[in-house]
Unconditional design. Structure first.
Lengths: 483, 458
């Protein structure tokens, strides 16, 4: 099936680009990853790579010409295929903006008369449809059949996911209806079970990036859970990086450690977080003496009552974070593309170091839980995290995170935000330090430095500061947590 | 002769595996020592369904005709005809399988096969001479036989296994059934319907022990009403039989000796493993297979009853297709996960997925949706309002964890839940599906609603 190559959207703000020059010429063989052309955007000149193999059949935009995002640039032919005549292609491009049925009507001999269902599907698909995460399997099918060529071409060249094909990218492939139909079967729709869709939505897994193991390649629950667990996104969503990166070479005496699923997940998630989230950082030194005093009292009373476990500094900070998050709900939020989601509950994640990595188990609805509940819950979660017995739902769905390196003696640091969250609290060690008292004397104080990494798309400086101040107040006067 | 695949055993796993391989363009032979169709067609599922249909009709007319305003002066039955109808149905279907072999150009060798080594199946041909079929791959689907009970040698008259029970010449007046699994229960229902005094002995605390406990207790009530006696939580301590009668000493709440004209032993099955190769075997002697259905011998695959429970024809067929597609179609085989199980007594019992016991054991969070047929219009109209639909709905996502139906046409109704589970539909999907009125299937719809306080008719 011929694959349409469109002007890719190479940056968030890009609406059109200039085709600087074609590197491949008509008739050239193209392998996946080959550079097809150079494209100049509003920000830079970039290489446009091929995501499919074939032969460059026809070129619609010449060197130096501008094209809108989604505009058809060229046609990639598979072995044995011939380029359609210019006339036909032009016609389809022109027809692209009109009603979709038009394209089909022009080639009635290639197309069985549409069945009643198909007709209905056409009508339904006239309206813009979101990416289909909400849609039923049938709806996906309709969508797949309805917009096959644009879907295919999207796959063929677009490096940036999640952009709607523009009207100009409408199917120009009436001449190859049958094949395109088949391609849509393979690539157009996302086939996923209702349960898989629900869980994917919750865990923030992109269905488009998965390959399904269910009947007919359907994505089922286990596929989503597996993807959530490894954090990896197999399949076509994996984009080759535009610039080849220097690779380290392992010598004879060096050790080459293959990546575990967890390490892959950490690598990809944190790279994504650090490079795509606009982080900014706030820091405050907090008087930990009242908290240390209270902790002593609580632990003494626990010991007296025969309890086995003790409350840690981290437990207090978790509790304080949960309370602060309810007082500054703007900080307990996530960026959702076209909206900010402010969460009703504080799903408090806590980073736990384990062999070969870390996990962030989640204390559900932490704002409703007492210090002791939080303490015992995190002990249980951490223990099970270390023995790798956590279920995915136990470490997914956090709304903000606390990371504490105090026990290692680290004074202060800033952790990377754990997407899709917008905030992470970094807790240093409680250290004895000289402090100036209110009366102006020097005294020995117990201090802890809190770092806050914020996603500026959601949390502005003032909100972050407000949150940090609340947190500081709660730690310095722990009785306030009861209020 | 050289084949791509030689299938040893022509039952549901074997004939389905052979046909699938032929569909994939492979040259296939099927070696079967008895008759194509295996236990299922010849001595299991199919002939017993024929017998049970007779039982169902006779039971309705002899016991409940009055409810329907019908009256019979001298309602009688012809035992020999009942048996022969069942046999002719089996014959017809076995012939159907043989026709399918022909249609798919599968060489059907009606002999006993042995597997001396991977790639070779040997058998004695018509002249009694050893013959060899070479095979690129071999599929073992030799099935099972009924397990015997110590002290009770099967004789076809006073000691029966399921095979003999379905062709017993004289109807026993008193029958002891040992084992209350699907086979024991179906025969208990069958013989009772025609007036045999039946006592079922079961070691486990309930009839149909694998089913949801609520289903079992409902069946127990129904059986009590039908006059079937049963002793659950009861072990057989001694059993003996002579030419005219059988005596079984059991210990449950008390120790007692039951006497019958015949005893039916339905305590499970053992694998039939072809001669030749030594396969790695698991619990109960069943052949072990890996994720691709390959046995411990490379190139030799196995599917169906011979690889262990559940011993169900539909599972065997499914496994064979998984195995064959895995070998010849590059498909990644799956092992059985959710499968329906059916018992065809009246009221019928059918289920898929987890029982409530299992869900509890696994610590799952779930809601129960339950709807009785006594509140279902169609069930009342046809006069079969015993039983219920019970769904276990996982929380928080609403997936179907298990479905349990006891009542009219339960075995047909379960298919909807099988589809729902296979598609990972949630209760909302069932709830949002229009079920025609009046049908028994509305009970499923209402059960999903009932879990969330949305059932209309209860």
């Amino acid at each position: 099936m011929p694959i349409t190559i469109e002007m890719p959207k190479l940056s968030d703000t890009m609406t059109e680009g200039t085709l600087v020059r074609w590197i491949k010429k008509v008739g050239d063989k193209v392998e996946v990853g080959d550079v097809l052309a150079e494209v100049e955007t509003d920000k830079a000149t970039m290489e446009m790579e091929a995501f499919d193999e074939g032969t460059l059949g026809e070129v619609y935009v010449e060197d130096g010409q501008k094209a809108e995002v989604g505009q058809k640039l060229a046609l990639l032919l598979e072995e044995g295929e011939e380029a359609p005549t210019n006339g036909k292609a032009d016609k389809s491009v022109a027809a692209g903006a009109g009603p979709k049925k038009g394209g089909k009507d022009k080639a009635p001999e290639k197309q069985e008369p549409p069945s009643a269902e198909v007709k209905q599907a056409n009508q339904e698909a006239e309206g813009e449809r979101s990416e289909g995460l909400e849609a039923s399997p049938m709806a996906d099918k309709e969508e797949g059949e309805e917009k096959p060529a644009s879907k295919t071409s999207e796959h063929a060249t677009k490096p940036a996911a999640g952009t709607e094909p523009s009207a100009k990218a409408e199917p120009a492939a009436a001449q190859a209806e049958q094949q395109v139909q088949e391609s849509a079967e393979e690539e157009g729709r996302v086939k996923a079970s209702p349960l898989a869709r629900k869980i994917a939505r919750e865990l923030g897994v992109e269905l488009e990036s998965l390959s399904g193991s269910g009947p007919g390649g359907r994505i089922v629950r286990d596929d989503v859970l597996a993807a959530a667990k490894t954090g990896s996104k197999p399949g076509r969503a994996e984009k080759p990086s535009p610039v080849p990166q220097p690779q380290p070479v392992a010598g004879k005496e060096d050790k080459r450690i293959p990546l575990s699923g967890m390490r892959k997940g950490i690598a990809s998630r944190l790279l994504e977080a650090k490079t795509t989230i606009p982080h900014f950082y706030l820091q405050a030194e907090v008087n930990a003496a009242p908290l240390m005093q209270l902790r002593k009292e609580v632990n003494n009373s626990l010991e007296a009552s025969g309890a086995q476990s003790k409350v840690t500094i981290n437990d207090f900070i978790l509790k304080a974070t949960a309370v602060a998050a309810t007082r500054v709900p703007q900080a307990n939020a996530a960026f959702a593309g076209d909206a900010i989601i402010q969460f009703a509950n504080v799903q408090l994640a806590c980073a736990v170091a384990i062999d070969d990595g870390l996990v962030t188990p989640v204390i559900r609805e932490a704002q409703r839980k007492s210090l002791l509940q939080i303490s015992s819950e995190i002990k249980d979660l951490a223990a099970r995290a270390r023995s790798k017995k956590l279920k995915p739902e136990e470490y997914q769905g956090g709304t903000l995170t606390v990371s504490n390196l105090g026990s290692y003696g680290v004074e202060q640091f800033f952790a990377i935000i754990n997407p899709p969250q917008s905030l992470i609290v970094s807790v240093g060690a409680v250290l004895k330090k000289p402090v100036v008292t209110e009366r102006g004397d020097l005294a020995v104080g117990e201090r802890v430095i809190l770092g806050l990494s914020c996603d500026h798309r959601v949390v502005d400086g003032a909100i972050g500061a407000h949150f940090l101040t609340e947190l500081k107040k709660l730690i310095e006067a722990p009785a306030l947590m009861l209020v | 002769m050289k084949y791509d695949l030689v299938v040893v055993g022509g039952g549901p796993a074997g004939y389905v595996g052979a046909i699938r391989a032929a569909q994939l363009g492979k040259k296939v032979a099927c070696v079967e020592k008895d008759r194509a169709g295996g236990t299922c067609l010849n001595w299991g599922c199919i002939p017993t369904k024929s017998l049970l249909r007779n039982a169902e009709l006779y039971s309705l007319l002899s016991r409940r005709a009055g409810d329907y305003g019908l009256h019979f002066e001298k309602l009688t039955f012809d035992w020999a005809k009942i048996i022969s109808r069942s046999r002719s149905v089996a014959d017809k279907l076995a012939g159907g399988v043989e026709y399918l072999f022909k249609k798919h150009k599968i060489d059907y060798l009606r002999v006993e096969g042995a597997i001396p080594r991977s790639g070779v199946v040997t058998y004695r041909n018509g002249n009694g001479k050893e013959a060899t079929a070479e095979a690129d791959k071999i599929l073992v689907s030799t099935g099972c036989v009924s397990k015997e009970m110590p002290g009770l040698e099967v004789n076809g008259a006073t000691v029966l296994n399921s095979h003999q029970a379905m062709i017993v010449e004289r109807q026993p007046k008193r029958l002891i059934v040992i084992g209350a699994g699907a086979i024991g229960i179906e025969f208990a229902y069958f013989f009772n319907a025609f007036g045999t005094e039946v006592t079922v002995v079961e070691m486990m605390p309930n009839l149909l022990p694998v089913e949801d406990t609520e289903v079992s207790t409902t069946l127990e009530k129904a059986f009590t009403r039908q006059g079937i006696k049963f002793l659950t939580g009861t072990k057989v301590v001694k059993a003996e039989a002579d030419k005219t009668s059988a005596r079984v000493t059991v210990a449950g709440k008390k120790q007692e000796t039951l006497e019958g004209d015949a005893v039916l032993v339905a305590i499970g099955v053992s694998p039939i493993v072809p001669a030749g190769l030594e396969f790695r075997r698991g619990k109960g002697g069943f052949v072990e297979t890996d994720e691709t259905y390959q046995t411990s011998v490379p190139g030799v695959y196995a599917a169906g009853d011979v690889i262990g429970p559940p011993w169900l024809a539909h599972v065997a067929m499914w496994e064979a297709i998984q195995a064959v597609d895995g070998v010849f179609a590059g498909h990644k085989p799956k092992k059985i996960k959710d499968f329906p199980g059916c018992t065809y007594c009246q009221p019928q019992v059918a289920s898929i997925g987890l029982t409530e016991r299992a869900a509890k054991e696994q610590g799952l969070t779930y809601k129960v949706g339950k709807f009785p047929f006594s509140a279902n219009g169609k069930a009342l109209a046809v006069g079969e309002s015993e039983g219920f639909v019970k769904l276990l709905i996982g929380q928080p996502h609403g997936e179907i964890l298990g479905a349990h139906i006891i009542g009219p046409e339960a075995t047909e109704l379960i298919a909807e839940l099988g589809l729902a589970m296979n598609l990972e539909a949630t209760y909302e999907d069932i709830e949002a599906t229009i079920h025609s009125h009046p049908t028994l299937s509305e009970a499923i719809h209402e059960a999903t609603g009932q879990a969330f306080g949305l059932a209309i008719h209860i």
